[in-house]
Design a protein around this ligand. Structure first.
Ligand code: NDP
Ligand code: N5H
Length: 258
């Protein structure tokens, strides 16, 4: 067995810019020889995604689709189109989350019904919707990977409704692993340490969160996009063929510290 992804095609959802964790995953998969398909939600990020893909050697072969995960029809059309254009898919990286800014500070008790539903719709349910849509294209089996955060396992200040949505996402990974295992499709999550991305921007005390990691995490350094990318590559390759329904922490070991 070798680690090459030559001849395989992967869908990467959630590249907004070069700091996106999805972009770290795309780079790792590309290095391994994979062909890439990108989906983006906001039209304003289309150029950014296309420009980034063009920086990859052979990136002209990448394909791009607009896909808003709140819209079932859009999801179905996107994967139908991908099936028409490329046929078989070997894996998918789901790197999508959203909560209203006002829900990401203050007391969790004040979470609104709307804010709760929005966070769960985009950050959790979307994995199930997308998994169902991609399943027919994964006729040779393969892997699905999503991104989660420690705030779904423990109370982390300000993560609030997103923590509850991640707990739901983490449980979805297990149920989906059971549903899709019989089709040879594995479903896993990477719990990433804090990385300064567009989503993380504007988040109150990100500096002090990073400082804490540097002081207390076993590896004493922050998580990088590349570290997450390479673990996604492992989870989407045959080297992890016996792993499903799992969550791997790529966080310098921070999660073991009490
Ligand atoms: P980015 O801001 O780079 O990516 C977030 C992505 O979510 C964007 O590409 C955005 O697309 C997409 N998105 C939001 N709403 C929708 C929608 N309705 N349909 C489709 N896509 C949508 O941030 P990150 O790379 O940090 O986030 C990626 C994942 O990593 C998230 O699940 C996040 O929770 C997780 N994570 C991040 C950590 C961090 O410290 N950064 C730590 C642990 C986990 P668009 O802009 O086109 O709307
Ligand atoms: C404990 C923390 C810090 C506090 C909480 C941060 C939560 C961030 C997650 C969500 C996904 C951020 C978010 O939805 C931001 C939006 O309200 C506003 N931003 C946008 O709309 C931009 C333009 C687009 C691209 O963003 C999205 N998401 O579409 C957690 C941190 C230490 C770690 C972290 C940052 C985790 C995480 O899940 O991202």
């Amino acid at each position: 067995m070798n680690m090459s992804l030559q001849g395989r095609t992967y869908v990467v959802m959630g590249v907004a810019n070069k700091r996106s964790i999805a972009w770290g995953i795309a780079q790792s998969l590309h290095k391994a020889g994979a062909r890439l398909i990108f989906t983006y939600a906001a039209e304003r990020f289309e150029k950014s995604v296309r420009d980034l893909a063009a920086t990859l050697e052979g990136g002209e072969e990448s394909l791009f689709y607009q896909c808003d995960v709140t819209d079932d029809e859009n999801i179905m059309e996107t994967f139908q189109q991908i099936q028409n254009d490329v046929g078989v898919i070997h894996g998918l990286a789901h790197c999508i989350a959203f909560a209203n800014k006002e829900e990401l500070k203050g007391d969790f008790l004040n979470t609104s019904r709307d804010g709760f539903l929005t966070a769960h719709n985009i950050s959790s349910y979307s994995l199930t919707a997308v998994s169902r849509a991609v399943q027919p294209l994964m006729s040779e089996g393969g892997g699905i990977v999503t991104l989660t955060y420690l705030g779904g396992e423990r109370v982390v200040p300000n993560y609030n409704v997103m923590g509850v949505a991640k707990a739901s996402l983490d449980a979805s990974v297990k149920y989906l692993a059971e549903s899709l295992g019989k089709h040879g499709i594995r479903v896993n999550a990477i719990s990433a340490g804090p990385i300064r991305t567009l989503s993380a921007k504007g988040v109150g005390d990100f500096n002090s969160i990073l400082k804490d990691i540097e002081e207390r995490a076993p590896l004493r350094r922050p998580t990088t996009q590349e570290e997450v990318g390479d673990t996604a590559y492992f989870l989407l390759s045959d080297f992890s063929r016996g792993v499903t329904g799992e969550m791997i922490h790529v966080d310098s070991g921070f999660h073991i510290i009490g």
